[in-house]
Design a protein around this ligand. Structure first.
Ligand code: T3D
Length: 267
């Protein structure tokens, strides 16, 4: 049986996925990337799951691509044919990044330690990013002669603007969690000992909310970044029209009028 590199725990409506190669700082091998994608696919079709929480085991979130993975690591043998990194991205990273970004439920990242390279950008692609005070983010690519992948060139300028995106990407310096929050790269920082509890509480809160409305909100915000104002207004109206016919809107208004807690069901 293949080694389990993703721990999966169901906590009510929250599916907790924990990257689990702590001895290598949860660096991504092709096997881990496949298992993570499979876990996300399973969560996407599981009606019980209303939020996914992604975190890492041990002292790191993820050190990015496993640079010792023989499938991708450049050979030191001068006679060996060079490996095509683009193929690795096409085969493993792009489908995973797209799956993460289009999950039918909100996705929270709890960054428990260092997040480097593709590990950083995997976290930044989640909907809400929490980090422990001791966590850090490193666009490690330039240190090894690469450029930010796993969505880095798209995410960074949108999150922090071109000037800071270029500073982070070109220098590849370690950014502390508090500085990442101050830049607007991530949402929240909590004391190390409180991270898992705070992340689970946030995920449980999201799991109790109207899932479809949350997912359409993500879609509208992502799309609006590419649209002019008038087109964005019209796109909001089209999406709102669909939500207006859904159960959760009726339930949300009824619960407000009845002064009770709503019971949202849509997914
Ligand atoms: O290649 C492709 O397919 C394209 C895709 C690219 C995507 C990418 O993610 S490129 C970027 C890859 N990641 C990096 O370059 C980061 C490399 N790691 C580091 O810079 C540092 O390890 C950290 C800053 C993340 C943490 O530093 P520190 O001092 O806390 O820990 P350490 O001592 O460096 O690492 C601990 C162990 O994890 C160590 O192993 P050992 O000596 O105890 O047996 C180290 O070799 C291992 N490790 C850390 N990062 C990786 C890794 N092993 C394989 N791959 C890694 N990325």
């Amino acid at each position: 049986m293949s080694e389990q590199m993703i721990q999966i725990e169901q906590h009510g409506g929250v599916c907790l996925l924990r990257l689990n190669r702590p001895e290598a700082l949860n660096a991504f091998t092709s096997a881990l990337l496949v298992q993570l994608r499979q876990a996300l696919e399973a969560a996407a079709i599981d009606a019980q799951t209303r939020c996914v929480l992604l975190t890492g085991a041990g002292r790191a979130f993820s050190a990015g691509q496993d640079l010792a993975d023989p499938h991708v690591a450049p050979s030191r043998d001068p006679g060996a044919a060079p490996k095509d990194i683009g193929h690795m991205l096409d085969q493993y990273y792009i489908p995973l990044a797209l799956r993460l970004r289009s999950m039918p439920v909100p996705v929270v990242a709890a960054v428990n330690g260092v997040a480097a390279g593709a590990g950083a950008n995997m976290a930044l692609g989640c909907d809400i990013v929490l980090a422990a005070e001791g966590a850090s983010f490193i666009q490690a690519f330039s240190r090894i002669g690469l450029l930010p992948d796993c969505g880095g060139t798209w995410l960074l300028p949108r999150l922090v603007g071109r000037a800071k995106a270029l500073e982070l990407a070109l220098l590849g310096d370690k950014l502390k969690a508090v500085d990442a929050q101050a830049l607007g790269l991530i949402a929240r920082v909590v004391p190390d000992a409180e991270l898992q509890g705070a992340a689970m509480a946030l995920a449980q809160k999201l799991a109790g909310m109207p899932t479809r409305a949350l997912v359409e909100t993500r879609r509208a915000i992502d799309e609006a970044l590419k649209l002019d104002y008038e087109t964005a207004l019209k796109r909001e109206a089209a999406l709102q029209s669909q939500l207006g016919f859904a159960h959760d809107y009726l339930e949300g208004v009824a619960a407000f009028m009845d002064k009770r807690q709503p019971e949202f069901k849509d997914r």
